[in-house]
Design a protein around this ligand. Structure first.
Ligand code: FPP
Ligand code: MG
Length: 294
């Protein structure tokens, strides 16, 4: 299945989508897609089939988000912790990634038509070389798009992301690009993989587990959190609408808390701006080295 599906909603579901759109719609939703293996056990199919069904559900969910006018989605597709699973399962997930990132290259026109930009966040050096190259190509060919953003956390944990940011900053200080006094909350924020992205307004975790499992710990500080018991492959438009309805009911409180904690933006020094630009260019060069000029 491709990343963007044709519309599968009935007229009644589309009408409910229109009703919910009369309220506040989150601009960025993050998903912890959990429960693929329990779904496989429940339906007496292989784990790999559970993950494949999980991908199909991701494609369907992206279409719903497009229908709802949600411009940014981040999904937790593979945690660094997931490398500890059996070799067979890790290999199957890598094979699924190979197939799906290749699909982005084969279906470039469709993504261009919807203006979808794919960004992968994570320590991708931990992945097989061919998967790294496919990911780089997928990011490069869609980098001119700016209508909808799909951020895929792959070989990701939040702690690893923070370590990576701190290492980049300390190298910046060592090489004289930064001074120790430049290290602020804002500099750390801008040095994360998500430095240029918005923070999620709403995070949804499926399968009844009520934890973040090292996902976007920095970025979720003021997000609305919604846990649901449904297993990810069984997630439906009704679950998504229920989560958005919950967000709408919490909207005033969450906005109030956000305002209270919003740090007063300090004017960024020339040195910090140059460092952030240098860091982004370095990351872009790494992508081009892997994916070639697209
Ligand atoms: C969690 O369920 C799910 C995963 C570890 C993998 C999620 C991956 C996908 C939905 C496919 C996405 C693929 C790409 C290429 C973006 P689990 O395995 O932890 O299931 P359990 O909680 O029932 O054990
Ligand atoms: Mg799980």
């Amino acid at each position: 299945m491709s990343w963007i599906r044709e519309n599968t909603l009935s007229w009644f579901q589309l009408m409910c989508v229109q009703v919910i759109k009369t309220g506040h719609i989150p601009r960025h939703i993050a998903f912890i897609m959990d429960g693929n293996r329990r779904y496989a056990r429940k339906n007496k199919v292989l784990k790999e089939e559970g993950h494949a069904k999980g991908f199909d559900k991701l494609a369907e969910t992206l279409q719903w988000c497009l229908d709802l006018g949600i411009p940014e989605v981040t999904v937790y597709a593979f945690s660094i912790e997931n490398f500890k699973r059996t070799k067979d399962e890790v290999d199957a997930l890598m094979e699924l990634a190979r197939k799906k990132f290749q699909r982005i290259l084969d279906e470039k026109e469709k993504l261009m038509e919807h203006g979808v930009r794919i960004r992968v966040i994570g320590n991708t050096t931990l992945l097989p070389q061919d998967v790294q190259e496919l990911i780089a190509k997928a990011m490069l060919i869609t980098r001119g798009n700016s209508t909808t953003f799909l951020n895929v956390a792959f070989a990701y944990t939040a702690r690893d992301e923070l370590v990576n940011a701190v290492r980049s900053i300390s190298a910046g200080v060592r090489e004289g690009r930064l001074s120790a006094t430049d290290v602020t909350e804002s500099l750390i924020d801008r040095s994360l993989y998500t430095g240029e992205y918005s923070d999620p307004d709403l995070v949804i975790r499926t399968s009844g587990e009520v934890r973040f499992s090292d996902f976007l710990l920095w970025q979720l500080s003021y997000s609305c959190v919604y846990f649901t018991d449904v297993l990810w492959p069984e997630f439906s438009i009704w679950h998504l609408l229920a989560a958005i309805f919950y967000y709408q009911r919490s909207y005033v409180d969450v906005q109030g808390i956000k305002k209270l904690h919003k740090c007063v933006a300090e004017r960024e020094s020339e040195r910090v701006s140059s460092f952030v630009t240098w860091l982004n260019n370095t990351r872009e060069d790494e992508l081009i080295n892997l994916g070639g000029v697209c």
